[in-house]
Design a protein around this ligand. Structure first.
Ligand code: LLP
Length: 412
């Protein structure tokens, strides 16, 4: 027996898929506030330590209305660019609540963050020197690479040997020399081993290494362990959630022992993105064609990879629900089909050789767990318009939080 996420969670609240598409257009990104808040609370309670405060990683979903809710839930935030800093500040985050986790930025971009009062994490000696020249005597943060990486695809593993990120921990002596040269105070260190792991072991091992680096720097005010906590994308087949209790327990123990030995009350941070926003988002679209090409049946929808690029870019899997007259089609009869979008590329595939109930033109299709790296990675490729975003509030009422783009936007 499959489980259907929108049914289980009452995802659509007081509305129905067909009404939502009529009102806001197809395709459509929908977010559920209750699920978002639930995920925030789970993550905020991960570590039993008053010095723990997670940063939300804005890149997963930078919709201002969601950012406001995440802040309300007590999160600080990470930014990856001046644009994300701008959106965070405009959404109510204070400069001191933001960490700019920078990668290969220009002097101008450093100046932007410094002028806003936002801390910058440098991820190479080269960038740390540039920072030192710009802000001698200032507070610095360095991102380390502990040599450990994990993630759902090689493109998103950010620790270990095959990645551009971080300063190798073996180079902490050089970091110390640069700090001295520019009289910088190292107030924080961070890491990020990669995105979407479901097991605690690599993360815990890497935190252990990071703590051994922390030993070497007296003035540290915080240690930031990075993001990457996975979510179950195969819920229909009963995939289990990551065991957060196990992860939280192991981290708490590690950190408590470390603090006890060091007699320090260093703050502890994390950088979760996907865990916070993936599951509160469902992407709705419409089936416009069903066709047979050679041996394959293609389901043609309006969800091109300009709207959701994860399947095309990483072969990522998302559960799919199909609706007929607003009811989920749960027929026992299953066909193997390939679900595609409307972009002019053969790789525009949402789901390859997927078992689905019979699908017809006019059916509504829903892509689950689309709240992270969905809208934030969308584009205007093929001059397609980005969809609207709608938030289903705590009382189940839908509210437009970002309008659908117009043809005029394409000329800007
Ligand atoms: N911190 C840093 C420095 C990061 O680079 C990332 C993600 C995060 C935190 C948040 O990671 P999360 O908790 O969301 O896994 N587009 C890919 C994921 C790319 C992640 C990039 N970095 C995807 O759709 O799977």
């Amino acid at each position: 027996m499959k489980t259907y996420f929108t049914e289980q969670t009452g995802f659509f609240g007081k509305s129905k898929p067909s009404r939502l598409l009529r009102e806001f257009g197809s395709p459509l990104y929908l977010y559920n506030e209750a699920i978002l808040r639930e995920r925030c609370r789970e993550m905020a309670g991960l570590i039993s330590c008053s010095r723990f405060k997670p940063n939300y990683s804005t890149k997963a979903n930078s919709s201002p209305e969601l950012l406001k809710i995440i802040r309300e839930e007590g999160f600080d935030a990470d930014a990856m660019s001046p644009g994300e800093i701008h959106i965070l500040l405009a959404s109510g985050f204070k400069p001191e609540e933001i960490l700019f986790v920078a990668n290969n930025i220009s002097t101008g971009e450093m100046e932007y963050a410094l002028n806003k009062g936002v801390l910058i994490s440098c991820d190479s000696i080269s960038q740390l020197c540039r920072y030192g020249r710009l802000n001698p005597g200032g507070a610095a943060v360095v991102r380390f690479n502990t040599g450990i990486g994990a993630g759902h695809h090689e493109k998103v593993i950010t620790g270990g040997e095959n990645t551009k990120f971080g300063v190798n921990i073996e180079l902490s002596g050089e970091v110390r020399a640069v700090l001295k040269e520019y009289r910088l105070r190292l107030v924080g260190i961070n890491q990020h081993i990669g995105s979407l792991f479901m097991e605690a072991a690599p993360y815990v091992a890497s935190v252990k290494s990071l703590l051994s680096v922390a030993e070497k720097f007296e003035e540290l005010e915080f240690i930031d362990m990075g993001g990457g906590i996975g979510i179950p994308y195969h819920k229909q087949d009963g995939q289990k959630r990551m065991d957060l209790e196990d992860l939280g327990g192991r981290l708490s123990e590690l950190l408590m022992n470390w603090a006890a030995v060091r007699h320090k009350d260093t703050k502890v941070k994390m950088e979760p993105g996907r865990y916070i926003t993936a599951e509160c988002g469902v992407l709705l679209g419409t089936v416009h064609a069903v066709k047979q090409n050679s041996s394959r049946t293609y389901i043609g929808t309006d969800i091109g990879f300009n709207v959701l690029i994860r399947p095309a870019m990483y072969d990522s899997y998302h559960d799919i629900e199909i609706y007929e007259n607003d009811e989920i089609i749960k027929s026992d009869q299953k066909n193997v089909v390939t679900v595609t979008g409307n972009i002019c590329e053969t790789g525009d595939i949402l789901a390859k050789d997927r078992e689905l109930p019979p699908v017809m033109e006019g059916n509504i299709i829903a892509i689950m767990d689309a709240g992270a790296y969905g809208y934030s990675m969308s584009s205007n490729y093929n001059c397609r318009l980005r969809p609207a975003e709608v938030l289903i509030g705590m009382d189940g009422t839908p509210r437009l939080i970002r309008r659908r783009e117009t043809m005029e936007d394409l000329m800007m």
